[in-house]
Design a protein around this ligand. Structure first.
Ligand code: AMP
Ligand code: GLY
Length: 425
């Protein structure tokens, strides 16, 4: 069996790692991949957004399954293109991927479906947007409608800040067409959690809960990043909340889409704020989270291919997935300067020694092989992941592995999982 994984970050190394353990022992290709995926399969010199190039390769090589990591190719219609060529591919078509591609579309679906979320209004005119902000007051959230590489959301403490964010998007066009419309949104208060669901068009299987750490520095200080670490499960999501999350968030959303003639297949990821009034949706994504994937997949018991195929075939059932009890923690090691400018090409030392520790897996993100060495090639470099019999032990083990790995300028948060320890204490 041949499997193609599209993308080249920590999420994709984790998917490749899980696929490599499948009892069908697939031959794995990753486009473009990283030094981690190269050790488990063949990297292809094709970018994740080069849909024409990927399709050409797939038409020639005929993979039995393609798994898409990042949102950009999904929103650009890679699933539509592959299916039109008779290729089996896991992920939503462009019309359904619009749940991530357009925050205004996602909000309209949530409002029609009665999904709990922040109130919001959309604007294309800066003066009207500012008048609305004055009417509502701060704190308030300004979001560029489209994909903005994680930079399109500003949580504004003051009206001034909100006006600046509106100018940035609508006047200065900092996000290009992605920011030609903005949402002005209620600022929700609480702790965040990520719930991912697999969807086959009809049936929904929720995956284990997790929590990301978006700000760059300890104590949730500093600029937002793609995610500096994650753990699973997230104790903030109590057992009693699951039925509500399933019916009022996931089932309501999937059936509202269906009412509009849009079938959702793939991963539907709800970024939740656990407010005093219960969980509310901050955003939907249409793919595995990164680094949530690194914290969730090591807890997944058994094969992944039958489940991905069931999503494609419309035969998904809850009993296809079982979870290990052991919690998992992923600490992201990033390049100096990230999420701002950073240098690449730094030699990474200690990978083998860290990876040899029991219960540790070092997932590669921004890495590549140069001669016989592994060097940095991106902002988020590694996802150092450990399981443990309890969360405290998983955290200890992950940081023990982190302490062994070195590259110039490396930085990482020292408090991944700390919020969960507080909830548990
Ligand atoms: P997003 O790109 O939509 O995931 O937003 C990035 C981050 O902004 C989220 O993880 C939250 O921390 C924050 N955020 C987004 N929407 C809101 C909101 N309505 N209220 C408070 N914080 C928000
Ligand atoms: N971890 C956040 C994301 O994948 O969007």
């Amino acid at each position: 069996m041949k499997v193609l994984v599209i993308g080249g970050g920590g999420r994709e190394h984790t998917l490749v790692w899980k696929l490599a353990q499948d009892s069908r022992r697939p031959e794995i290709f990753c486009a473009p991949g990283n030094a981690g995926t190269a050790a488990l399969g063949s990297n292809l010199p094709i970018g994740a957004e080069d849909i024409g190039g990927l399709l050409e390769w797939a038409r020639d090589e005929k993979p039995d399954l393609t798994v898409v990591g990042p949102e950009a190719p999904l929103c650009a219609g890679i699933v539509d293109s592959f299916e039109a060529s008779g290729l089996r591919i896991f992920g939503p078509k462009a019309s359904a991927a619009n749940m991530e591609g357009s925050k205004a579309f996602a909000k309209a679906i949530m409002q029609s479906a009665g999904v709990p979320t922040a109130w919001a209004q959309t604007f294309t005119d800066a003066d009207e947007a500012k008048a609305f902000v004055h009417e509502k007051g701060a704190p308030i959230v300004v979001k560029a409608d489209g994909l903005a590489a994680g930079k399109g959301v500003t949580v504004c403490k003051s009206i001034d800040e909100a006006e600046q964010a509106i100018n940035e998007s609508l006047v200065d066009r900092a996000f290009g067409d992605s920011g030609s419309e903005v949402l002005i949104e209620e600022c929700l208060v609480g702790e965040e959690a990520s719930i991912l669901g697999l969807v086959d068009g009809e049936h929904i299987v929720l995956l284990a809960s997790s929590q990301d750490h978006k700000p760059a520095y300890d104590g949730d200080a500093g600029p937002n990043t793609g995610g500096m670490g994650a753990y699973s499960p997230a104790p903030i999501v109590g057992e009693d909340m699951w039925p509500f999350i399933r019916s009022n968030i996931f089932e309501a959303t999937v059936s509202e889409l269906k009412k509009r003639g849009i079938e959702f297949k793939g991963v539907l990821y709800a970024g939740l704020m656990m407010t005093a009034d219960g969980p509310k949706v901050l955003e939907f994504n249409v793919r595995f989270g990164d680094p949530e994937c690194e914290a969730i997949l090591p807890r997944w018991e058994g094969d992944i291919i039958p489940v991905l195929e069931a999503c494609i075939d419309g035969t998904l059932t809850d009993d296809l997935i079982r979870w290990k009890d052991d919690p998992c923690v992923c600490v992201v090691m990033a390049s100096g300067g990230y999420p701002g400018a950073y240098e690449k090409g730094k030699l990474i030392k200690g990978l083998d020694k860290a990876g040899a520790i029991d219960h540790v897996t070092v997932f590669h993100a921004g890495t590549k092989t140069e001669e016989d060495s592994v060097v940095t090639s991106g902002g988020r470099v590694l996802g150092v992941t450990a399981t443990g019999s309890d969360l405290a032990q998983a955290i200890d083990t992950a940081y023990k592995a982190v302490s062994i790995i070195q590259f110039d300028g490396a930085h990482y948060r020292k408090d991944i999982g700390a919020k969960a320890l507080k909830v548990l204490s």
